[in-house]
Structure formats: C-alpha cells, structure tokens
Design a protein around this ligand. Structure first.
Ligand SMILES: [Zn+2]
Length: 314
C-alpha cells in the first residue's frame, strides 16, 4: 500500500525549514534524514529532494522525516562551512544551545525537534564549495555504534571512518556525535563536492538512502531503481579509525599533488603552498602517515592555518 506524504515547514530557531514526512501504511522505525547542514553541499540536497518525493509510491514501514536543506542562512548566502550571521560551523554546534547565537539555536532546535525521538539519523554531506571528496561514511563511538556501523556499511561507500574521542577525532559537535551521545544510531554520509550537482553523486546518495531503508527493515529490497552511482567493492568498505586534518602555516597558493581516494605513503609529498607570485615555496606538505585523502581543498586560495586535506588512516 502506498505511503502518505506530507510537506510542511518546521520552525527551527525562527527559520521555516522544509520537511518532507512520509508515513508508511505499516508501523516501524522513525528515520530522520538531514541534508544541507552545510549550505553549499548540493548533491546530497538534490538527492534528498528526489528520494523523499519517490517514497510516496513505495510500501514503507515506519516514518521518514527528510530535510532537504537545514542550514537556510548558509544556503541562501552561498556560504561554505559557516553561517554568515555568526561565522559558526553548524556541524560543530550540536547538540546546540537555545541561548546561543543563530548556529547554536538552529543546532539545538534541530537536535531536539528532529534528531531526538528518531530511531536512526542519516546526515548527508559532500565536499563543500572549495572541496573535492572521495565518498565515505563516518560514525561515532557509543552504545549504538554497532547499529551505526551497519548503516554506514549499508550506505555502500568505499570507506567507513569510526570516530572515537581523542587525537584521531577530527571534529566535535557534529550531528552524528550528538546523536551517538544520545544513543541514536547515526552516520554522516559524504559524496559529491565543489559546489556541483553531479548526477553520479546524487545517485550515490539516493542508492545509499534506499539501502538504509532496507537495513532498518522499513522497506523491502528491490523497490528502487538505482541510477549509475559509485559502487563499493564486494569485499565491503575499507574501515579507517583516524581522520587527520592537515593545515598550512602560511597564507598562499595551494596546489595539491594527490587526488581524493589515492593511496599515499608516510612522508609522501601531498601538496605545496607557494607565494602568490609563484616565486617561493612557503611550505611542502607531506603525509604524516600512510592513508587516503578523503577530501582535498580544491581552491588554490588558502589563509594561514587554512584547511588543506583530510587524511583517512587505519
Ligand atoms: Zn558538510
């Protein structure tokens, strides 16, 4: 029997955030899917728009709440990483603060009204406006981590990163970390980048979201028609436990020497920062360990202490 689809705006910190809610004819889990936590990651937004609309025609068990674009201020301003209002990265603000600035309040509202009460959370991302990316899924340690790992593997990307508190953890305050702390299985799934709506990256996310429905028992396999998407090897994803973010010392012109998804060895040159006139090498950046670049800053423009690359390592 088809499902019931309802579209509405949810008041989150005074913003009218669009929600597509699909209720299956049969009971089951509540799955929340967020896109647009970062305002310029378009492929996952396009995927959620397309995927959520497709659910009405499907037999579902349970409820899907899908948000195509959460971070409306950053989306409208085409502002990568941060909200223009307060300069904060929304995905460092969870579980949020109702007395804080707009990013803190939006995180708090999204956490309390969308993430809490969910049986699972999928937060879909891409490389931001100036970032190229190798598709991967990330989850955080906690009581629900076995279920989170199942979701990460089900999403069907080539790499899965397990984030534990400590030096191997790249970021705190993310959706997945806050959900994990609340005992909710959650993943961040990344595909796409560079401000593009690449059809392959959109298809990768749609296929991943459909696989999550099956993994949660909310849908039967084979109902969806997956388009051409990046496919994980049959052996399953490579599991990584470190996510090392490399930064430059000086502002200048960044030129990577490697590509996302390429295996690099400890000590290998992974890029240089040169003076803007091209005359001087300011810094040669080498890999601190064997690993695989998960994302690389694709823009040559870097500031002092600018983020260059995220290296996944075992
Ligand atoms: Zn993101």
């Amino acid at each position: 029997m088809p499902s019931t689809l309802r579209r509405y705006e949810l008041d989150l910190a005074g913003l009218g955030v669009p929600v597509v809610e699909v209720t299956g004819a049969a009971g089951g889990p509540t799955l929340t899917v967020l896109a647009g936590v970062h305002g310029c990651e378009y492929a996952p937004m396009a995927a959620v728009r397309q995927w959520s609309a497709s659910l009405a025609a499907r037999d579902l068990r349970g409820v899907v709440r899908a948000v195509p674009v959460l971070n409306l201020p950053a989306f409208r301003a085409r502002s990568p990483f941060v909200l223009p209002e307060d300069g904060k990265n929304l995905n460092r603000c969870f579980p949020g603060d109702p007395a804080g600035t707009l990013a803190d309040r939006l995180a708090h509202a999204a956490f309390s009204q969308l993430i809490m009460g969910s049986d699972a959370l999928i937060d879909v991302h891409a490389g931001d406006l100036p970032e190229a990316l190798e598709p991967f899924a990330l989850y955080d340690t906690g009581v629900s981590e076995d279920q989170a790992l199942d979701l990460a593997v089900a999403y069907g990307l080539g790499y899965v990163i397990r984030q534990a508190p400590g030096p191997g953890r790249a970021v705190a305050g993310s959706t997945s970390a806050a959900a994990a702390a609340a005992g909710i299985p959650a993943i961040i799934a990344e595909a796409g980048g560079c401000g593009l709506v690449e059809p392959a990256a959109v298809a990768t996310h749609v296929r991943g979201l459909n696989a999550v429905l099956v993994a949660l028992g909310m849908a039967d396999p084979g109902q969806d028609q997956a388009g051409p998407a990046t496919r994980v090897p049959d052996a399953g994803p490579v599991t990584l436990s470190q996510f090392i973010w490399l930064r430059c010392d000086h502002a200048g012109w960044w030129e990577p020497a490697v590509t996302p998804g390429e295996s690099v060895r400890a000590g290998q040159l992974i890029g240089t920062v040169t003076s803007l006139d091209g005359a001087r090498t300011l810094q040669a950046i080498t890999a601190p360990t064997d690993g695989v670049p998960m994302f690389i800053t694709s823009s040559p423009a870097v500031d002092a202490d600018g983020l260059l690359l995220g290296l996944g390592a075992r």
